[in-house]
Design a protein. Structure first.
Length: 250
């Protein structure tokens, strides 16, 4: 397939996943590569210049756009720089064949990195493992571009409903989760799990510690420990309520 300049400009705008989040598992080889898709679209809607006919300036521009993409991985970055340091033939050959293979390696690194994340839930794990059983440049890239976002969204919704069911989910945690569930998106769900949850839980935990301090029957040792942790971090508050309070001498 002849890759056009228009195709390259489109393909280089979405090389790795955004954070966060997917459709059902993609069958190996079933999804066409983003480069192939954009090349086809470009050849129909915007003919452009085939790579084999690009001038040296156009080749350098295409490589510069790839390098400017913050999502370009290590092998893509390394090989694109090497191509720029080479001849016109080197640049053309890499854009026509090397780019696809380099992106494939970077994409495999990306999905194994995602698999190792502590918040990689059941659907994300299942879909990545399905890809790793029969990886291709096409199914790996397609999952990172569209599948990951939706799979992570499903796993994140499971996570927030699990949090909502916890006995220590206080008023702020409940209120914020319910607000998300009223209008959930992949973005607001992931953002809350990454930053909002910690802050909401800390506020609820401070209320819990204050409630404990309001109990006139607690021991002096427990009161001192509770007063000390009131200005602590979210992690210290949670540890105190789960463990520390029970370790204080009565």
């Amino acid at each position: 397939m002849r890759l056009t300049r228009g195709a390259l400009l489109v393909a280089t705008t979405a090389l790795t996943p955004a954070l966060l989040l997917t459709t059902p598992a993609l069958a190996a080889g079933a999804a066409p590569s983003s480069v192939a898709v954009t090349a086809a679209a470009a050849s129909t809607d915007e003919p452009g210049t085939p790579v084999e006919e690009m001038s040296e300036e156009e080749l350098r521009l295409a490589l510069a756009r790839i390098l400017a993409d913050p999502d370009s991985g290590k092998r893509v970055t390394r090989e694109a720089n090497e191509a720029l340091d080479g001849t016109v033939e080197d640049m053309r050959a890499w854009l026509e064949t090397g780019y696809r293979l380099a992106q494939f390696e970077d994409d495999r690194v990306a999905i194994t990195t995602i698999l190792a994340k502590p918040y990689a839930g059941k659907r994300v794990q299942r879909e990545i493992n399905a890809i790793l059983d029969a990886p291709t440049p096409e199914n790996t890239r397609a999952w990172l571009e569209t599948g990951y976002r939706l799979a992570q969204f499903e796993d994140d919704r499971v996570a927030i409903t699990t949090i909502l069911a916890k006995p220590y989910a206080g008023k702020r945690v409940q209120r914020e989760i319910n607000a998300i569930l009223d209008a959930p998106t992949p973005e607001n769900t992931r953002a809350w799990l990454e930053t909002g949850y910690r802050l909401a839980q800390a506020e609820d935990d401070r209320v819990a510690v204050a409630t404990l301090l309001a109990d006139p029957t607690i021991s002096d040792a427990l009161r001192a420990a509770a007063e000390e942790v009131m200005d602590g971090t979210p992690e210290e508050l949670r540890y105190f309520l789960e463990v520390g309070r029970y370790e204080v001498d009565k």
